[in-house]
Design a protein around this ligand. Structure first.
Ligand code: PMP
Length: 458
């Protein structure tokens, strides 16, 4: 039935038609159970999103109650529902208090990370149109960045595979250098020297295009889908100074890093960022309901509010913006994260995940780098570590390993930009579960060795 009826996202049609689907039946905590009854530790938490773990009845109960109380209420024309108002208030407090961002002023809701970034894309235009700067529209993103797949957010994404077949990116989107020292630092270049080069690239781009044409810069605090890239020394501080000098807004895409992934509530706090717009999704509801939020700063809000008597309605928003069931689930999810100290747990066990992976695999000939922050870890494969030689183009060593890992009872993601397996388990994971997962994963890497060797030879 799957082969005959279902069109899968981000899937090779050829592979699906050849192999059929991998069906999962149920899940609890950090474990998924396949249709064949095989139990797997989900070291990806779905798509970096099931922060509280699977099968939490508190969230199911919150959803059921909300559906009984008020199954739907939109926010158009000033309409509202209690859960949507309470969630907006709670997100603002959380962000002001736990992200060190007291300047955030309002919350706009959507349903996905992509649409949150579309909202950001349109908001910066709206803001500059209102300020009488209609030419200041371009957005700078980064090569390797991931911001979604819609027309606008897919253009912000800086990975070729998401562009070529769809004639993206659209006009007005620029991509500056990818901040990943391990792979893109030059031989002999220090990390500081590398940061200097990235900042020079950014400055050159702004000079070339003209600062009066550039509205915003968008960044994930840690690049996720690109390959778990931690910003090099001093990077964000220097970027912020450049943006300030040229009156360019900062959009922080916290779709992965929000809600505890880094062992802190938000990447904004972890990296001391000063955002004008923040995109949130995934961990907002731990993926029990599709929901996103865009938090906007007082500098944007005050322009929108000041001009509002002349502009009429803000003509952007979705049927499901602020869905009362999603908002109720998000509130219950935040209760759980707070009550069970899941952010603190991520901070406590994250280093254990990184250390045990390093102990098990740092000396492996094809494991180039193991890096991470909190419960967000990446393992990058290289054909030759000493010379940093990449595996030949068209090969996918990380997919080979991920396939073996599944057979060994652990799910890890094979990312689309560099050959990286990512680990982003539910924040509720224990050290013992981490030990089991790392043991299975290392066994999988060893089982994949012969295949990796033949790929490396080219
Ligand atoms: N931004 C980031 C940083 C993401 O990781 C993702 C999803 N992986 C998105 C945006 C897009 O979210 P969605 O798939 O919900 O549209």
């Amino acid at each position: 039935m799957d082969r005959a009826s279902l069109f899968h996202p981000v899937t090779s049609i050829h592979d699906q038609q050849t192999n059929g689907p991998q069906i999962y039946q149920s899940a609890s905590g950090v474990e998924l159970v396949s249709a064949e009854g095989k139990r797997l530790i989900d070291m990806g938490a779905g798509l970096w999103c099931v922060n509280v773990g699977y099968g939490r009845t508190e969230l199911a109960d919150a959803a059921a109650q909300a559906m009984r109380d008020l199954s739907f209420q939109h926010l158009f024309g000033g309409a509202a529902s209690e859960p949507s108002i309470r969630l907006a208030d709670r997100l603002l407090s959380l962000f002001r208090e736990r992200a060190g961002a007291p300047h955030m002023a309002r919350v706009f809701f959507g349903t996905s990370g992509s649409d949150a970034n579309d909202t950001a894309f349109k908001l910066v235009r709206y803001y500059n149109n209102l300020r009488g700067k209609p030419a200041k529209k371009k957005i700078i993103s980064r090569i390797g960045g991931y911001h979604g797949v819609t027309h606008a957010s897919g253009s912000l994404t800086g990975i070729d595979g998401y562009h070529k077949a769809f004639d993206l990116p659209v006009d007005g989107v620029l991509h500056t250098s990818c901040p990943h020292y391990f792979t893109f630092g030059l031989p002999g270049e220090t990390e500081e020297g590398y940061t200097n080069r990235l900042i020079a690239d950014l400055e050159d781009m702004i000079a070339r295009e003209g600062a009066d044409t550039i509205a915003a810069f968008i960044a994930e605090p840690i690049m996720g889908t690109g390959g778990v890239f931690l910003p090099p020394t001093g990077y964000f501080e220097r970027v912020q100074a450049v943006l300030d000098r040229h009156d360019i807004l900062l959009i922080v895409d916290e779709v992965i890093t929000g809600f505890g992934r880094l062992g802190e509530w938000f990447g904004t706090g972890a990296y001391r960022l000063r955002p004008d717009i923040v995109s949130l999704a995934k961990g907002l509801t731990s993926a029990y309901f599709p929901m996103s939020a865009s938090i906007i700063s007082d500098r944007i809000w005050s322009v929108l509010a000041d001009k509002s008597a002349e502009t009429g309605a803000f003509m952007h928003g979705f049927t499901y913006s602020g869905h009362p069931v999603g908002a109720a689930v998000a509130l219950a999810n935040l209760d759980l994260i707070e009550r069970e100290g899941l952010v603190e747990n991520a901070a406590a066990v994250g280093p254990h995940l990184l250390d045990t992976l390093k102990q098990a695999l740092a000396d492996h000939p094809f494991v180039g780098d193991i890096r991470g922050h909190g419960l967000m870890v990446g393992i990058e494969f290289m054909a030759d570590k000493a010379t940093k030689r990449q595996f030949p183009k068209g090969t996918a060593p990380h997919r080979v390993v991920a396939r073996h890992a599944t057979q060994h009872g652990v799910l890890t993601r094979a990312l689309p930009f560099l050959p990286v397996n990512s680990f982003s388990p539910p924040l509720s994971i224990t050290k013992t579960q981490i030990d089991i997962a790392v043991e299975r994963y290392s066994a999988a890497v060893k089982a994949a060795e012969a295949e990796l060797m033949s790929l490396a030879r080219g």
